[in-house]
Design a protein around this ligand. Sequence first.
Ligand code: ADP
Ligand code: ZN
Ligand code: K
Length: 433
Amino acid sequence: MIYDVDRETLPREELEALQVRRLKNLCERVYANVPHYRRKFDEAGITPADIKSLSDLKYLPFTEKQDLRNNYPYGLFAVPKEHIVRLHASSGTTGKATVVGYTARDLNNWAEMMARSFTAGGLSSRDLIHNAYGYGLFTGGLGAHYGAEKLGATVIPVSGGNTKRQVVLLRDFGATAICCTPSYSLYLYEAALEAGIDMRELPLRIGIFGAEPWTDEMRHDIEQKMGISAVNIYGLSEIMGPGVSMECEDAKDGMHIWEDHFLPEIIDPVTGEQLPAGQQGELVITTLTKEGIPLIRYRTRDISMLNYTPCCCGRTHVRMKRVMGRSDDMLIIRGVNVFPSQIESILLETEGASPHYQIVVKRDGNLDIMEVHVEVSENLFSDEIKNLQRLESRIQKTIKEFLGVTARVRLVDPRSIQRSEGKAKRVLDLRNE
Ligand code: ADP
Ligand code: ZN
Ligand code: K
């Protein structure tokens, strides 16, 4: 099923014509209304009239998270305050929070994008959606909420927290879909087991997971444990919130970016040069329709790749590859670049290791030391010491083999790594302490 067939299957030529029109209009709007952009355009020696095609995009200035911080709170808003009907803020994972504002039309578009996303994930108006994304300044909760209502589904606004109660609600209300972070779904799964509830027996059939990096291996683990189909949703508050892109259940191979609203590029994070499709780099997004806080070439810091090959679902919008991680999360261990998601893939492929892990980075003299703390699965826990040691060295060896870096692997007791109700904290960097 496709929510908005006309828009989601627009032939590329028409899609691009629409994008150019909207891009020109965007440039005019920010030039006229946002002093920051007027200055940036002037400095770059360009005017909105210079933007004639999509290939002119590369002449436009980037926008970085720091620009939002420098203009905190409302400096980048492009409409008078009275036209803003809601504020949100990013979760502040990597520093001071940033504030974003939405006009009524922005909120309507967002709900539409979420309804498209839910539909792509396999949901319909017949579904009962347990929404465990946090409600509040974080965009996850309300973003999914209004999308579910737009779709005509039944939304259960549980928000985050009180995990034991969530399990009971899942069973009693019979939700058919759940929205939360992938790490939280595993926490719920454990809590259900403890309460004697087998999630596979519940009506739950689809999980819409996002807000943090996760791997295909983690997907398979969740699907198998909970007896559901797990799909990936992506978004960020600066661009809108959840629903910027969404995986289709047909292909489950990359997330369709709703290109009539968002214009994506992949750049080399060091040089800022555009990279051709199929190359991995930093995702940059231009908001084509946003009124409250339109952004030009926003550097997401998320590492991904674009795939323009046609999708079997019939949607024509480009697909972005599962985000490998944020460039900020990339660890450089003795010169080797490592993403937590690469460690995650290895752990999940190793029998006996659980999907609960944390990477601790320390400094010993001038040397960076990476420790991988991973819980042993329950059934191995009571096993002989020598089996545990064997597991440790097996993980260590695989990390060395695949990532070229030496890690100290520490098996820890089941349930000893802090569970998160939102974004999991995968890296503990103690180097500057
Ligand atoms: P913050 O930057 O404070 O965490 P947000 O709550 O807006 O603010 O989070 C957006 C970020 O979450 C994205 O830039 C990305 O790093 C991450 N994210 C969101 N969805 C996904 C996903 N499906 N896969 C990987 N990372 C994701
Ligand atoms: Zn598709
Ligand atoms: K969350």
